[in-house]
Write a protein that binds this ligand. Structure first.
Ligand code: SF4
Ligand code: SF4
Length: 440
C-alpha cells in the first residue's frame, strides 16, 4: 500500500476532530428544546422485530465504524439503542474493543451485536482465529450476528469454510445468527468486488442460511433496495440499512476554489468546468431551500432517514455515529415517518438535485470508462470524506487506486456521464472527489 504522505492543506481535519471532541460536552444532555415547545427527552421510541431472529431492535441502530470513544456508545445504550453494527477491522479493532468495554455496564441480553469478518483477509484457521479475536475484543461470550463483510463474490455466499466455522461456533453458543453485508461493485483497498449488491443479497436469501442483511437503501437509490427488502420479508430475514443519507455537502469545494482564485493560483480547465457545474448546483440548492423554508442541510438528512423508517419492513437504520450531536440527531428521529410535506420535499429534491448524487451500489457506467476508473467506489470514498467526516480513512482508501483514479477525468470526453441513466454530472463530481482525496 502506498505510504500516506503529510496532508498539507487538510489541516481542517484537526479542526473537525476537535469539534467532535468538543461535542462530548453534550454527553449528559440527551434533551432538546424546540423553539416555542417544551424541552423533550431524546429516547428510542420504536423497536422492530429483526426477522426470524425474533429480537426487537431499535429502529435507529449504532453504526460503530468510526467508534473509539466508549462514552458515545454508553449514552446511546442509555437512550435505548440496542442494535450495534461493527466489524473486525473497524478502527483497526478499536471499535469492537470500545463496545467490549461499554457493554460490561449494561444488560448483555438486551443488546444485539453484529460484527463482520472479511473473507479476503484469509480463510481456514486464520478465519477461526480472527473470529475468536473479535469475541475477545468484544469481551462477550457470544456474538448475536456474524456477517460476511462486503460479501466479495457470489461464490462467497456459499463459502464452505465460513459456513462450517459458523456451524461449529453456533453449536458452541458463541454465535447466534448469520448475516452478510454488501454495497455493490467496488475496487477497494481489500480487492475487487465484481458483483451487484442486489445479486449478492438475493443469493443469500435463496441460500436460506442467512438471517440478517445489511445493504444500501435511500430515497435516491430505491430500486435495488426495495427488491431486496421484499425478498427478505418473504424469507422472514432481518433488514438493516447503511448509507441512508444521500445528501452531500458541496460548499467545501467552492470555498477551496474561491480561495485559490483569491491567491492567484492557476485554475485548470477541468476545475473551471466544475465551477460552472457547482455554481448551478448552489443556485439549485438555494432555490430548493427557499421553496421549503429550510435553513440547513440537516433538515433534508432527517427527511432522508424518515424515508427509510417509513418502510415497515426495514428493521434498523444504522448511521455511522461519530459524536454526541450525530447521536442526538438520529435518536430524535426514532418512531418518525414521512409527512406529506416531507414526501414532496424529497421528490422535488430527486428531480432538481438528484443529478448531483452518484448512486451507492450502482456501477452501471463502469464498463464505459476506457481507463477503468471505479466511479462508484470513488464517489463512496468522497461520501466518507464529505458526508461522514472520515477524511483520513477516505484518503487512505483512495491512495491505492493510483493509475485508475479520477486524475484521469479532467481531460476525458466523459463517457460515464453519457451512460448514466440518472443523468448524474459525474465527471465534475469525480474531479471534485479527486481534489478532496488526492494528497497535496
Ligand atoms: S455515475 Fe450514474 S451510472 Fe455511474 S455509478 Fe454513478 S449513478 Fe451509477
Ligand atoms: S470521466 Fe472519463 S476517465 Fe473519468 S470515469 Fe468517466 S469515462 Fe472514465
Amino acid at each position: 500500500m502506498p505510504e500516506i504522505r503529510k496532508i498539507n492543506r487538510r489541516n481542517f481535519m484537526k479542526t473537525s476532530l476537535a469539534a467532535g471532541v468538543g461535542s462530548s460536552g453534550l454527553m449528559n444532555r440527551n434533551r432538546i428544546s424546540d423553539p416555542g415547545k417544551q424541552t423533550r427527552e431524546i429516547i428510542i421510541k420504536s423497536y422492530r422485530t429483526l426477522g426470524r431472529t425474533g429480537f426487537k431492535v431499535s429502529d435507529i441502530g449504532f453504526g460503530a465504524g468510526f467508534l473509539t470513544d466508549p462514552s458515545i456508545l454508553d449514552r446511546a445504550l442509555n437512550m435505548g439503542i440496542n442494535y450495534i453494527d461493527t466489524g473486525e477491522h473497524y478502527m483497526g479493532g478499536r471499535s469492537e474493543a470500545a463496545i467490549g468495554r461499554v457493554i460490561q455496564n449494561h444488560d448483555r441480553k438486551s443488546i444485539f451485536i453484529t460484527t463482520k469478518l472479511n473473507l479476503r483477509f484469509g480463510s481456514g484457521k486464520n478465519l477461526r482465529d480472527r473470529f475468536n479475536a473479535s469475541l475477545e475484543r468484544l469481551n462477550t461470550e457470544y456474538i448475536d450476528c456474524l456477517m460476511v463483510h462486503m460479501t466479495p463474490d457470489l461464490k462467497d455466499v456459499t463459502d464452505e469454510e465460513f459456513h462450517s466455522m459458523y456451524r461449529d461456533y453456533k453449536s458452541d453458543g458463541k454465535v447466534r445468527y448469520l448475516g452478510l453485508s454488501n454495497h455493490g461493485k467496488e475496487q477497494s483497498i481489500y480487492g475487487a468486488t465484481p458483483v451487484e449488491m442486489e445479486d449478492v443479497m438475493l443469493a443469500a436469501a435463496e441460500d436460506g442460511r442467512f438471517d440478517v442483511g445489511l445493504f444500501v437503501y435511500n430515497f435516491l437509490q430505491k430500486e435495488q433496495g426495495e427488491r431486496i427488502i421484499r425478498k427478505y420479508k418473504e424469507k422472514d430475514m432481518g433488514v438493516t440499512l447503511m448509507k441512508t443519507n444521500p445528501v452531500n455537502v458541496f460548499n467545501r469545494w467552492v470555498e477551496g476554489y474561491n480561495r485559490d482564485v483569491e491567491r492567484g493560483r492557476t485554475i485548470s480547465e477541468g476545475r473551471k468546468k466544475l465551477k460552472d457545474d457547482y455554481d448551478t448546483f448552489l443556485k439549485d440548492a438555494e432555490q430548493f431551500k427557499e421553496r421549503y423554508n429550510l435553513s440547513t442541510n440537516e433538515e433534508i438528512r432527517d427527511a432522508a432517514t424518515k424515508f427509510c423508517l417509513t418502510n415497515p419492513d426495514v428493521h434498523s437504520v444504522c448511521p455511522t455515529i461519530t459524536n454526541f450531536d450525530v447521536l442526538n440527531n438520529f435518536v430524535a428521529l426514532s418512531g418518525e415517518v414521512l409527512s406529506d410535506s416531507d414526501s414532496s420535499r424529497l421528490s422535488d429534491y430527486e428531480t432538481t438535485l438528484g443529478k448531483y448524487y452518484c448512486r451507492h451500489a450502482c456501477g452501471i457506467c463502469h464498463s464505459s470508462c476506457p481507463k477503468e476508473v471505479p466511479v462508484n467506489t470513488i464517489m463512496r470514498y468522497n461520501h466518507y470524506f464529505e458526508a461522514q467526516g472520515r477524511e483520513k480513512q477516505a484518503i487512505k482508501k483512495y491512495s491505492v487506486l493510483t493509475g485508475r483514479d479520477a486524475g484521469n477525468c479532467s481531460e476525458c470526453t466523459g463517457y460515464c456521464e453519457i451512460t448514466c441513466p440518472y443523468g448524474v454530472s459525474v465527471q465534475s463530481l469525480l474531479i471534485h472527489a479527486h481534489d478532496n482525496l488526492s494528497l497535496a
